[in-house]
Design a protein around this ligand. Structure first.
Ligand code: SF4
Length: 631
């Protein structure tokens, strides 16, 4: 083992599918201290290698699988791993944080990460154990669904696999581990382009602890915090992520009819409450997670994974589809074939509007949903209109027009939140490194209606808060735990009674907090050298690794990660002009005549660049990079 830190296995594996060379990737303890793990570690590995615009399907592109120090350590919700690559949707970096058991078993095989280079000429799967690494023929797996592939590979260890959509390089194909997806950005298409059907990992390597006793104590307190918090202890276990749908309706942020409106009369027919009442068999969760936000529902007599909030929104209101049974069925089909439900839903809504406006005669119409299972199968196999749907909204708009209502950023379809009711979320979408993503954007909608209820239709304080949230989420993800654990950072009493004077005052104060938050953003290491009791991640990290860790340090590590991905994107050809939203959201008011119901993206972006320490073109300034040890 080549590390002094606990929590890490001390080795990163590099395999080349072209030459079949297997070797260690150099990764030092100072890299661990600066980049922690997960998506930040992957961004660093990609930026070591990628020197300019890169074809995502070329041999030059890498698929970088990483874990964080907390992965599999006994910390709550820590069966998480990350995969990063140059995305076939955007041409820029994409990262995806996934559950399932692959990350845990990759560490048991003795590795913190796996770098896959080159391309195989025949389908292969990689068999990684703590004794050897083998390239195995995957001919018998080719064409199989994600669950069939995992079954055929046997019960032992963890797997990361693609389905037929990945093999056919559907641009938004995903990678699956158990029923969990590394969903966004087209990771599965890159894996398919490399003819890599699956990676299996298993072994018995132990994880070392800097202080096992203190770490166990920290985890125990952390689990108690999650169990006692109204979101992570009650709402998520009872209703899953779908619990948020009603709140989205209330705040006018439920993407409806291809983001033409922010609410819908039939919303309750596809809500989390409706799913719990009529469809839920039981809840489930990733390995070792006390939250267990996953749903099990019945489709065609089988118990299968239920849809998440984003899927409900984008396959429900956004298509004017009020049939929850159908959403459960499509969700299952999309998972089996290995596609991102969000990009598929967004692309479908765009195609429906193209049809309505007479720009593409594809036969798809809002509210007419009987043919969708066939469309899903055709998309996975790139047949008929499916061959074009497989390209995503950006490329459809290049072919047929309709850019104003092609709801993507940089090529990645937006999540299910209509940002004209949540401007901070709009800003986040526009500047997120992987495109129209709710998580990479900083998930500002959590402050603007879903958790807290600060005013979503003003720009005040939004840039500073978005920066803080982005930095936090980058850090939490890199640590190797689920982003949902960060929900507990809002004190429960503010959520229990959202109408109380205290909750109301908090929302008002948050709206005015921009200048103070910005001071924290710049001097985080200096101002927050402590463990935040609502974010126990840092104490768990410190007692596990032996690394000095604090709330401020986690934030500055996250800031380093966000800037590193930005630098890589600039190297890949990104300009500030692409930090924007479709004009439907910036020039059309959601409520006619009410100017405050559109996203003033130019002003928000200018403020964001300045507060991030970037120049007016969105390029990080030298002094910012120096502060982050990225110079
Ligand atoms: S909260 Fe949900 S997604 Fe996160 S680790 Fe737990 S079960 Fe998995």
């Amino acid at each position: 083992m080549s590390t002094h830190f606990g929590g890490y296995m001390g080795k990163v594996l590099r395999v080349d599918l072209t030459t079949r060379e297997v070797r260690d990737y150099p990764w030092t303890d100072s890299d661990r201290e600066l980049f922690l793990g997960g998506k930040i570690m992957a961004a660093r590995i990609l930026s070591d290698h990628i020197q300019g615009p890169t074809d995502p399907y070329s041999e030059q592109n890498l698929l970088v699988f990483t874990t964080g120090p907390l992965t599999g350590s006994g910390a709550p919700s820590s069966a998480r791993w990350n995969v990063s690559t140059v995305s076939p949707m955007t041409g820029y970096i994409a990262s995806s944080n996934c559950g399932g058991s692959f990350g845990f078993h990759l560490k048991r095989a003795g590795y913190d990460g796996l770098v896959v280079a080159g391309k195989a000429d025949q389908p292969v799967w990689l068999d990684i154990t703590d004794e050897k690494v083998e390239f195995r023929d995957a001919g018998f797996l080719w064409g199989k669904t994600t669950s069939e592939t995992q079954e055929l590979l046997g019960k032992q260890g963890g797997k990361a696999v693609i389905g037929p959509a990945g093999e056919n390089m559907v641009r938004y194909a995903s990678i699956f581990s158990q029923e969990r997806a590394a969903g966004r950005g087209g990771m599965g298409a890159v894996m398919g382009s490399k003819k890599l059907k699956a990676v299996g990992a298993s072994g018995k390597q132990p994880i070392h602890f800097a202080d096992r006793e203190k770490n166990a104590e920290a985890n125990k307190k952390w689990i108690a915090l999650l169990r006692n918090h109204p979101i992570t202890g009650k709402i998520l276990p009872e209703l899953g992520t779908a619990n948020l749908l009603r709140r989205m309706q209330r705040h006018n942020i439920l993407a409806t009819r291809n983001f033409g409106q922010g609410s819908w009369s039939d919303y309750d027919l596809v809500s989390g409450e409706r799913m719990a009442e009529y469809h839920l068999i039981k809840n489930t969760g990733c390995l070792g997670c006390p939250i267990r936000c996953g749903r099990v529902v019945e489709v065609g007599g089988k118990n299968v994974k239920g849809p998440e909030l984003e899927t409900l929104g984008l396959l429900g209101p956004n298509l004017l589809n009020n049939d929850l049974n159908k959403i459960c069925e499509w969700n299952y089909l999309l998972d089996e074939l290995g596609m991102d439900t969000m990009s598929f839903g967004g692309t479908l809504a765009f195609a429906m509007e193209l049809q309505e406006k007479g720009l593409w005669n594809c036969g798809l119409e809002f509210g007419k949903v009987d043919q969708i299972p066939q469309v899903i199968a055709d998309t996975a196999c790139r047949r008929g209109i499916g061959a074009l749907l497989a390209e995503g909204s950006k490329r459809l708009a290049e072919k047929f027009g309709g850019h104003a209502f092609a709801m993507h950023v940089k090529g990645l379809e937006l999540a299910a939140y209509e940002p004209r009711g949540a401007m901070g979320q709009g800003l986040g979408y526009a500047v997120a490194n992987r495109g129209g993503c709710h998580l990479n954007s900083g998930y500002m909608v959590f402050m603007e209606g879903l958790g807290l209820a600060m005013n979503g239709t003003t720009r005040r304080s939004k840039a500073a808060l978005a920066i803080m949230m982005q930095n936090l989420m980058e850090g939490v993800s890199a640590a190797g735990t689920c982003l949902f654990t960060a929900y507990a950072m809002i004190p429960g009493f503010l959520l229990d009674d959202r109408k109380s004077l205290l909750s109301h005052s908090t929302n008002v104060i948050l709206g005015l907090s921009g200048p103070a938050v910005q001071v924290l953003n710049v001097f985080q290491g200096w101002m927050a050298p402590f463990h935040n009791p609502l974010l126990p991640h840092t104490r768990a990290l410190e007692t596990l690794t032996g690394m000095k860790m604090s709330f401020g340090r986690l934030l500055s590590t996250g800031e380093r990660g966000f800037n590193l991905e930005r630098l890589l994107n600039i190297r890949l050809g990104l300009t500030g002009q692409e930090d924007t939203l479709p004009t439907r959201l910036t020039e059309e008011c959601q409520q006619p005549g009410k100017e405050y119901t559109r996203v003033p993206i130019r002003e928000l972006k200018k403020d964001f660049y300045q507060k991030r320490g970037w120049d007016m073109n969105g390029i990080p300034k030298k002094r910012t990079l120096k502060r982050l040890s990225l110079a």
